[in-house]
Design a protein around this ligand. Sequence first.
Ligand SMILES: O=c1ccn([C@@H]2O[C@H](COP(=O)(O)O)[C@@H](O)[C@H]2O)c(=O)[nH]1
Length: 474
Amino acid sequence: MGTNNKLEELAISLYNIDAVKFGEFMTKIGIKTPVYFDLRVIVSYPDVMDLISVLLYEYALKDKKCDHVCGVPYTALPIATLISVKTKTSMLMRRKEAKSYGTKKVIEGHYKQGDSCLIIEDVVTSGSSVLETVTDLRKEGLKAEEVIVILDREQGGKQNLAVNNVQMKSLFTMTELIDILVKNNKITEESGKDVINYLKNVQAPQSAPEFERILLPYEKRAEFATNSIAKQLFTIMATKKTNLCLSVDLTSSTKILDLLEKVGEHVCLVKTHIDIIEDFTNDFIVRLKQLAQTFNFLILEDRKYADIGNTVSLQYSKGLYQVGEWADCVTAHSLPGEGLLKALNNSNNGLSRGVFLLAEMSSEGNLITKDYTETTVKMAAKYPEIITGFVCQKKETFKDPGLIQLTPGVQLESSKDELGQVYNTPEKVILENGADVVVVGRGIVAAKSPVSEAIIYKDTLWRCYMKRVSGKME
Ligand SMILES: O=c1ccn([C@@H]2O[C@H](COP(=O)(O)O)[C@@H](O)[C@H]2O)c(=O)[nH]1
C-alpha cells in the first residue's frame, strides 16, 4: 500500500475510534471549536499505533539521521517508543516536572552534548508544548531542531516553531484530514466547511486589524502564549474574571498574609517586594504558596534584576530569599543585556517560571527612551520560553498576543505621589493604553478598608476589560 493510501487509512481509523470528533465543543480554556482531537485513545488500538509508526517512519524518518528521539509528554511517549524500537534509535524521555529528589533530572536517558534529538508530537496547535520540550533538551546541550507531528491544526504552531529554529513536518494538516474524511463520506461537506471557516478565523488573528492583541479575550491569548506562566495567568484571569494584580507593599509578613486571606479570591497575581519584609521567615513563603494554591493566583517577585548574568543567577537562586524556589515569575531590567535572561532561563530548576521585562516605567522623569523600549522588546523575542510579558505603559509597546502587558501606576483617580509615581485610571490604562494585568499597591493596601477597595478595583478593571473585548470576537 502506498503512503497516500495509508494516510487515508489512518485518517479514517482516527475518525472511527473517536480520536477526532466533529460537532460543537468547548476547549479547556472556554473557546468553541467545531472539531475535537483526543489522540490519547490511540494507545488502546495497536493497529492504529502500528500504522502511525510506519507512516512517521516512511514519511519523515527513513532518510534521517538523528542520535535520539523524544516524545512530547504524554500522548507522544508511546509513539516515540515505537519509533525508537523500529529504527533502533536511542530514546530520551522528558519529565514534565523535575524530580524533587536524587538527580533532579528533567531529561532521562544517556546522551552527550551536541547530540541531535528529533521530537515527536501528536497534535500541534500553537507549538508551545513542543517548545517546552525543545527548551529542556537545549538546556542539556542537545540539538533540538526538528519535530514530526501527526496533525498540524494550522493555528500558527509551524510558524511559532520556525521562529524558534525548529522545523516541523506533519503527516496531515487539518485541511488535508478534513478532505480525506469528506472524500470518504465520514463527514458532510458542510461540517468540513465549518472547520475550514473556523481555521480561517483562528489563523487570521495576527494579521487582521480586528484581532489586534488588546481586542482578543484572555482565553484566546492563552492559546498564543509560549511561556507557561503567561498561559497560566491568562487562564486564571479568564476563569476568575479578574485582571487585578495586588502589590502587597507591606513590611509585616502577618499583615500580608492576613490581607491575602481576605482578597486572594479577587486577584490573579500577587506582587511582592520580598526584601521589604522585616520579619521574613521561610514559613511566610510556605503560607504564601498555600494561599496561592487555595485562591488560584500566581506570585510575582518584583525584584527588578539588573546585574550581569552570573550575579543574577546567584541572586535568583541563593541567599536568604531563594526567589527561584517560590516565585512563579520575576521582573528584570533589560539594561545589562541578554546574559541576565540566559541566567534566569537556566536557573529555573526544571520548574515553570517567567520573567516580566521592564520596557517602560510609571515614574516621572525615568530615563527609559523609545529606543531602549524597542530594543527590550526585540531582546525578549529571542527568549520566548521564559518571557511572560512586559512591565509597560503603552499598547504600542509590543504586538505579540501571547505576552502580557503588566501596568503599574494605577489608582481610581489620576494623580501623582510626592516621589514621582504617576497614577492613571483603570479606564485609561485598559481601554487606551492596553494594560492586561493592572498593578495596584497603595490604592488598596493603604485604603481604610483594603478588602472592599480591592473588590472595587477588581470590578472596575474587569468592566474595562470586558468593554475592550466585547463584540470583537463574534
Ligand atoms: O514602572 C513601575 C514598575 C514597578 N512599579 C511597582 O508597582 C507598585 C506600585 O505601587 P503603588 O502603591 O500602586 O504606587 C510598586 O511596588 C512599584 O515598585 C511601579 O510602580 N512602576
